[in-house]
Design a protein around this ligand. Sequence first.
Ligand SMILES: NC(=O)c1ccc[n+]([C@@H]2O[C@H](COP(=O)([O-])OP(=O)(O)OC[C@H]3O[C@@H](n4cnc5c(N)ncnc54)[C@H](O)[C@@H]3O)[C@@H](O)[C@H]2O)c1
Ligand SMILES: O=C(O)CC[C@@H](O)C(=O)O
Length: 411
Amino acid sequence: MTDSKTSLNKDKIKFLLLEGVHQSAVDSLKNAGYTNIEYHKAALNEDELIEAIKDAHFVGLRSRTQLTRKVFENAPKLVAAGCFCIGTNQVDLQAATEHGVAVFNAPYSNTRSVAELVIAEAILLLRGIPAKNAGCHRGEWQKSAEGSFEIRGKTLGIIGYGSIGSQMSVLAESLGMRVFFYDVINRLPLGNAVQCKSLNELLAKSDVVSLHVPETGATKNMIGEREINAMKKGAILLNASRGTVVDIDALAAAMESGHIAGCAIDVFPVEPKGNNEEFQSPLRAFDNAILTPHIGGSTMEAQENIGFEVAEKLVKYSDNGTTITSVNFPEVALPSHDKVHRLLHVHKNVPGVLTAINKIFSESDINICGQYLQTNDKLGYVILDVDRAYSEMALEQLRKVTGTIRCRVLF
Ligand SMILES: NC(=O)c1ccc[n+]([C@@H]2O[C@H](COP(=O)([O-])OP(=O)(O)OC[C@H]3O[C@@H](n4cnc5c(N)ncnc54)[C@H](O)[C@@H]3O)[C@@H](O)[C@H]2O)c1
Ligand SMILES: O=C(O)CC[C@@H](O)C(=O)O
């Protein structure tokens, strides 16, 4: 038996931070003792990412970086990924899980920022301000009330009544809007909002339609030609969810015909990788389209909070194995014990793994001081605190347990 410390020193643990995540993330990691940080302002393409991630233990990203199966296959040391945003659709979660990589995000920090933006856009579009603004910039003077409306008394249709949709609902009612929403699950309506039974019902009722659904198979092109035709003539469409949700060509055709009176689009099927790449979209042709570079959640407040929140989750996972709020791992938090070694064991959720683990320790005569197992449909994750009389041999045996995906010693 040896009393050896086999975990890495903190300065050997590499964090790869991409897409200009907020300085608060860097500060939080440094305050927690993690100084080995590689920082990139933009996203990396797959080949660049594979090169940068090959010796990284943690990766931090936003919505642009694609963590594909190939990336996970080439990231042998990676233990966790932190999405400094809400969406996790840019991560192949199945591949992350199979490789034993815990994924975290910030599910709430930027929701208010998005809700405020879409309300502001609805007001501006109902008044025709984007087109009037563009005209003035060209030297035109279009003083007219034609096509300008107050928001008060108009009907808002929210698709996806989660954290953002429900906040928008409250803000919209405070401005005098009537609110309907459509969601795949029954949601408690806030204020006087009413849940619609179908998407068609919502589209037919609404003067303004706003999308707040995640990117999934079911939401891909959820708003296409048929759905746009089901909207009222002269209605307004807002999308600050994901670019795959709206068929942009169908929207451009409806803007051209005047069926849609204006739109505000923050997310696109293909977005530039960084600030130096040209943004391409058929919607650039329309003065009555507010186009923004995926900044719905980009406020100083939100980004700072997200930086702290996600960095803290990564630090807790690195320091003591805590996976609370992980989007793909069973959630485990074991209080720390004195004078113990802590081992983390990630395995396929198949019968007999815990028995095999416990057998190794009982046969090696090593006392287990604390143990917490959680499973989800794919994974089992157990944190074990064992007596200092810990042996490297036990770790070797743990690694051989059938179903093991990843096993490491924290301290
Ligand atoms: N533009 C930005 O900068 C920005 C910022 C934050 C979030 N987002 C996007 O907004 C999305 C929503 O964020 P949120 O925090 O409100 O998420 P959320 O998970 O709290 O809410 C999403 C809602 O959509 C519903 N939903 C899922 N599939 C649906 C379907 N097929 N039809 C109808 N409803 C469906 C869910 O039941 C849920 O109520 C995120 O997934 C993210 O992609 C964009
Ligand atoms: O900051 C980003 O890149 C993504 C923001 C937003 O889409 C989110 O999912 O939170």
